[in-house]
Design a protein around this ligand. Structure first.
Ligand SMILES: *Cc1c(COP(=O)(O)O)cnc(C)c1O
Length: 361
């Protein structure tokens, strides 16, 4: 059986280092906001090439705190793609703001810049874009729109650790970049974790307050904040894994290249071009008979996944919240997309096996 994902196997190369680091944290007895969090924040900021990084409890919180830091007026509208993972939209709702969905480009799966302007109103405060599946959005037209309409930009980088657009790393285009280190992400912890990056001293001060009860000095509260801190234990694991993030990304890129070269053209493959350095958090194909294809692969001992089976506007939880329901491109993607094995533990041989079965469909 070729598994879709196996986190034990993904982390296996780091077991010895993790065990030593955990033992050290355990014995040291400092578990919240200590040296390890500080160290990881500095390392991650330097890896991405940004001034500040603040560790938080999850990717969702990274997005929520980013929105809170911009302090938009109540009822402000935030533009985000209609095919994103639900967390992006939930962060907007939890911040008390209104999500306005824009259809993706059917080829790149990222927000279609040509469809953004028609959704901008006097209430629009920010774009919250998502670099889906490990591919950067089309940043030139997006930056141009932000300038033209004086909009803030938040980047959801939960799937794009290390992905680049024209040589520039995702997360560095907007005022804020929000990362998730959920275990399956390219840089994954052993539990929930996230981070917010920014080049602004001012924004960073607010993010650090927000994650720790609105406080700079213990027991003195400047604003009404949250409890959203990155744990010392997770920060220790993340520092160890970060040293291998480039290696993880290049492994996934190597496997993706095999799919690109060997997979027959009956399947719609992702885009690939020189402007984008993609890190393949997910490698998806599309096919008219997606469900049959998934079943066929499973019969042949290959597990796949679907990102995502139900678009946000069709989720029960979004009834009455997302009232616009005309998203045919999203629906087409959700109906036809299939995610193929592309984890750090997969070998080239695994991928050739998947391809040989796929090409017989
Ligand atoms: C994983 C993910 C999130 C949420 O991250 P958590 O750490 O699970 O809260 C947000 N946005 C996108 C696009 C994601 O893939």
């Amino acid at each position: 059986m070729i598994e879709y994902e196996n986190l034990g196997k993904v982390n296996q190369p780091f077991f010895e280092k993790y065990k030593k680091d955990f033992a050290d944290t355990l014995e040291k007895g400092w578990y919240i906001l200590g040296d390890r969090v500080k160290k990881f924040e500095n390392e991650f900021a330097s890896y991405i090439g940004t001034k500040h990084c603040t560790g938080v409890a999850s990717g969702l919180d990274a997005l929520l705190l980013s929105l809170k830091a911009l302090n938009p007026e109540k009822d402000s509208e935030i533009i985000t793609p209609s095919n994103t993972y639900i967390a992006t939209i939930l962060s907007i709702i939890q911040a008390g703001l209104k999500p306005v969905l824009v259809e993706p480009d059917i080829r790149s799966y990222n927000i279609d810049p040509t469809r953004i302007e028609e959704k901008i109103t006097s209430k629009t405060k920010a774009l919250m874009i998502v670099h889906l599946f490990g591919r950067s959005c089309d940043m030139d037209p997006i930056m141009e729109l932000c300038r033209k309409h004086n909009l803030s930009l938040i980047e959801d980088c939960a799937q794009s650790h290390g992905a680049k657009y024209k040589g520039r790393t995702t997360g560095t285009f907007g005022e804020l970049g929000a990362f998730s280190f959920y275990p399956t992400k390219n840089l994954g912890a052993l539990g929930d974790a996230g981070a917010v990056i920014t080049n602004s001293d001012e924004i960073n001060t607010i993010i650090r307050r927000l994650r720790n009860y609105g406080s700079d000095i213990k027991y003195y509260n400047e604003i009404a904040g949250y409890n959203s801190r990155l744990d010392e234990v997770q920060a220790g694991f993340l520092s160890i894994k970060l040293k291998n993030l480039d290696e993880i990304n290049s492994h996934k890129r190597k496997l993706a290249n095999i799919y690109f070269n060997e997979l027959k053209n009956d399947f719609i493959k992702p885009l690939k071009d020189d402007d984008h350095f993609d890190v393949y958090h997910i490698f998806n194909i599309r096919h008219e008979r997606r469900d049959k294809l998934k079943e066929y692969l499973l019969k042949n001992e290959i597990k796949t996944d679907i990102h995502y089976p139900v678009p946000p506007h069709k989720q029960k939880a979004m009834q009455g919240i997302i009232t616009d329901t005309n998203f045919p491109i999203s629906e087409e993607i959700h109906k036809t997309t299939l995610s193929l094995p592309i984890s750090y533990f997969h070998t080239e041989k695994d991928i050739y096996k998947v391809i040989s079965v796929l090409n017989k469909f």
